[in-house]
Design a protein around this ligand. Structure first.
Ligand code: KG4
Ligand code: ZN
Length: 331
């Protein structure tokens, strides 16, 4: 069965055609990053407008690239939560109109379920159960994936999400948005041991906290400015990346060990090389299988929504034309 997946929760407008939840026939993405970069972050009003402009051409491209028409599509899956409300509404409204016009069924997809499904597109043999650490700009969730549509959140970021922390520290260092890849690039030239960053405390076993680290970085930059000293930007970027990836990889492997399940990462931050290396090395030491999405499937894309949509459809999930979008929603 072919599913057309539509994603518009943040700053990428994307549409994709996926067969049986696993095989990508097309995955068209229109990114708005260059425009939001001018403002140092995503401007919600601009994001909504660009989604409205891009959604029809991107969907056409996804169908063309797959060499199919709407007649070949079994159902349409759309991200309806969580995310920027105006951005989500652009995708949801379009998907509803398309389903009405083409006589197709509509499947509502939770954005994080989509990130989890990016793993199915990359690893054909991977099936639940497993532990997935979903790390993105808006979320840091340790998820026990018991089935394709069965999820339990074991822990989460109690303050800033991992991607958000990368973006904020990058801004402090004068780096452009999005900060994750910029910090990572700069960190490659730095010495992670020059600056000492604190070890954040959390009460939940699989919770994480990044705001203290972010504040510590800000203090280092401000103190240096007051003393008229240069900040060693590459060293600070390296110390920060080191700390965040240490925390995330340790928590993931601890959860996988406790539940006796494979360990996975997904979401925009999961493309981070240091994070993948640490998880992979720690998993290998413990004899735990480790999986990450293909790099182009880590960030937001329609294919992961189509994949998740396939499994939601199989489980009987359908939305009516009264489907709404939600800025926040539990997985
Ligand atoms: O999943 P995603 O594309 O969008 C959301 O659902 O939020 O994730 C975007 C986040 C941004 O915060 C970005 O800075 C971060 O992923 N990111 C990275 C890297 N590439 C993107 N974080 C760390 N290292 C990277 N290489
Ligand atoms: Zn995302």
């Amino acid at each position: 069965m072919l599913i057309l997946g539509i994603e518009s929760s943040c700053d990428e407008t994307s549409a994709a055609v996926v067969r049986d939840g696993r095989e990508i026939l097309s995955n068209a993405v229109a990114t708005q990053i260059a425009e939001h970069r001018l403002y140092g972050g995503v401007v919600p009003e601009i994001a909504s407008r660009r989604h409205i402009e891009n959604i029809i051409p991107v969907t056409r491209q996804a169908l063309d690239d797959a060499g199919v028409g709407m007649d070949d599509i079994g159902a349409v899956a759309v991200t309806y939560a969580p995310g920027l409300i105006g951005a989500l509404l652009a995708g949801v409204s379009f998907a509803k109109g398309l389903c009405y016009a083409a006589g197709k069924e509509l499947i509502p997809v939770h954005h994080l379920r989509g990130h989890v499904a990016s793993l199915y597109l990359t690893h054909p043999g991977l099936e639940p159960p497993f532990i997935a650490l979903a790390v993105s700009g808006g979320h840091t969730h340790m998820i026990k994936v018991s089935g394709y549509t069965s999820f339990e959140v074991l822990g989460r970021a109690v303050d800033d999400a991992a991607g958000e922390a990368f973006d904020k520290v990058a801004r402090t260092l004068g780096l452009p948005y999005p900060g994750g890849p910029e910090i990572s690039k700069l960190a490659a030239e730095g010495d992670p041991s020059f600056y000492r960053l604190p070890d954040p405390h959390t009460s939940g076993e699989f919770d994480v906290s990044f705001s203290g680290l972010k504040t510590a970085c800000l203090n280092i930059v401000n103190t240096a400015a007051m003393k008229g000293e240069e900040v060693r930007r590459a060293d600070l970027a390296a110390a920060f990346e080191q700390k965040v990836t240490d925390i995330l990889s340790r928590r993931l492997i601890a959860a996988a060990e406790e539940y006796g399940l494979p360990a996975c990462v997904c979401g925009g931050v999961s493309v981070n090389g240091e994070l993948q290396r640490k998880c992979s090395a720690a998993a290998e030491r413990k004899g735990i299988p480790f999986y990450a999405p293909a790099p182009k499937l880590c960030g937001d894309n329609g294919a992961m929504i189509a994949s998740a949509g396939y499994y939601e459809y199989a489980a009987g999930s359908r939305a009516g034309l009264d489907l709404n979008a939600y800025a926040t929603l539990e997985i």
